[in-house]
Design a protein around this ligand. Structure first.
Ligand code: PLP
Length: 481
């Protein structure tokens, strides 16, 4: 029997909530993450469904086998990739949204209006008009794919929906920086432009797209008979948090009649932090913007968002309802503005969290993450055995452990790659690495309302310890040769 009586549901629901609350209480002292034992891994991967089980036993199994082995992003010392802890009210929002379980394809029910409500707020954050097109998505990758599809539709010489690229005489070209996120590359391939027609423009010393190099590339392509159609700028690169020169790129796009897209999946909401706001000047001129509430607005995954200035163009790209059948006395359906028909009620978790803390609460939290990153950078600069590799205006810090200034770059690369694995396995902190100008660096990204200064100290201590252990292990293996 799949159904539960209301009393059974209540009892199991309280049990699940208690389990979550217990982990929240213990969180500061828990390891950030721990390896999944081999036998458990095998058990989890074996196909379920051969037997039936008691619902309470199943929830207790989740408590024993799943909750103790998280990715780690609820911890204050998780500073990897761009994954925030889930705002607790957002967790309840997901539960309540599942209980309503609507399809937010559109129509006259509460979930539709809640989504429009949060979208109106996001538009206002970026200086977009209230009648711009907008839709919540699964995440940043789809939030970038959708507007690039609109761009393709608008920039095509022929009818893209009918003839695809078969109607095009000249290849269209897209520009992003070498630091642009891989989802732009993926979108260029998926949408049929082809990666050979995605130019990765060099960056300046601050890892921002070089405007001169961009202009040269556009001119070269025009001279070669190609059609430059779009610049996909970054408002917060994943590697260093660099924000491209948006106003200058807006000017260049206007001059060359190109679509100006901004990938703000990581950094877009940094605009709410007073210290970072000036970097976003010009974003309000973008034709489209991708942002990710499930990153810097701390709502549980999945929740991305696309904004497209020209709502009619967005609808023309996706709608299968012919204009003569459209009835615009009611709000048009979201399914006419994107890829999905059945759509989850993603808006509720954001609607709740946003009202809980308000825009000013978000400003304060995001500013605090940026300030913590600044503090981490100060600590690194004040240390003889650490070197700062890059620090953008947002909340990413790239650094290296360099205990001996005489060590060669290649040795430092190997040391930092090896120590990173030790740090991750220690459970004390979780950071990831990246490459900058061919050098291996440790990358700490703070989008975490739980992180405090003491967590930064624990991260740096874990890095030093892992570095010392790596050097010792290397010395031992050398002396055995
Ligand atoms: C700058 C940037 N763009 C796009 C993405 C992709 O977003 P998602 O992982 O939500 O699909 C990310 C993810 O980290 C990102 O940092």
């Amino acid at each position: 029997m799949i159904d539960l009586t209301p009393d059974e549901f209540r009892r199991l629901g309280y049990l699940a909530v208690d389990l979550i609350a217990e982990r929240m209480a213990a969180q500061p002292d828990l390891p950030v993450r721990q390896p999944v034992p081999a036998d458990l891994r095998a058990r989890l991967m074996s196909p379920p469904g051969g037997t039936t089980a008691d619902p309470e036993a199943l929830i207790r199994r989740v408590a024993e086998e799943i909750l103790p082995y998280p990715m780690g992003n609820s911890s204050p010392r998780f500073m990897a990739w761009v994954n925030s802890p889930p705002a607790p009210l957002g967790i309840l929002g997901d539960l309540l949204a599942s209980a309503v379980n609507p399809s937010v394809a559109g129509g006259d029910h509460a979930a539709t209006y809640v989504e429009h409500g949060v979208l109106h707020w996001i538009k206002s954050v970026f200086g977009y008009p209230a009648d711009a097109g907008a839709i919540l998505t699964s995440g940043g990758s789809v939030a970038n794919l959708i507007p690039l599809a609109v761009m393709r539709h608008c920039k095509a010489a022929d009818d893209m929906r009918k003839r695809g690229f078969n109607g095009e005489d000249f290849p269209m070209v897209i520009y992003t920086s070498t630091q642009g996120h891989s989802c732009i590359h993926k979108a260029a391939e998926l949408l049929g432009f082809g990666s050979a027609y995605l130019r990765k423009i060099p960056v300046d010393s601050d890892q921002r797209m070089s405007l001169d190099a961009l202009r040269d590339a556009v001119e070269d392509d025009r001279a070669a008979g190609l059609r430059p159609v779009c610049v996909a700028a970054s408002a917060g690169t994943v590697n260093t948090g660099a924000v491209d020169p948006l106003r200058a790129i807006a000017d260049l796009c206007a001059a060359y009649d190109m679509w100006f897209h901004v990938d703000g999946a990581y950094g877009g909401f940094g605009i709410l932090a007073p210290s970072a706001r000036a970097h976003y000047a010009g974003i309000e001129r973008a034709d489209s913007i991708a942002v990710d509430p499930h990153k810097w607005l701390y709502v549980p995954v999945e929740c991305g968002c696309t904004l497209v200035r020209d709502a009619a163009a967005m609808r023309e790209t996706f709608s299968l309802i012919p204009p003569y059948l459209r009835d615009d006395r009611a709000l048009p359906w979201f399914s006419e503005f994107g890829i999905q028909q059945t759509r989850g009620f993603k808006a509720l978790k954001l609607w709740l969290t946003l009202q809980q803390i308000g825009e000013t609460g978000y400003s304060r939290l995001i500013e605090n993450d940026i300030a913590l990153a600044g503090l981490l950078q100060e600590k690194i600069l004040a240390s003889d055995d650490l070197e700062l590799a890059a620090a953008g205006p947002l909340s990413v810090t790239c650094f290296r452990y360099r205990p001996d200034s005489e060590m060669e770059d290649g040795e430092i690369d190997a040391l930092n790659r090896a120590l990173l694995i030790r740090v991750q396995e220690s459970g004390e902190a979780f950071v990831t690495g990246t490459e900058l100008d061919g050098r291996a660096v440790i990358r700490a990204c703070i989008v975490n309302f739980r992180t405090q200064e003491a967590d930064l100290d624990r991260l740096l201590a874990a890095v030093r310890l892992a570095g010392e252990e790596t050097l010792k292990a290397d010395g031992n293996s050398r002396s055995r040769l």
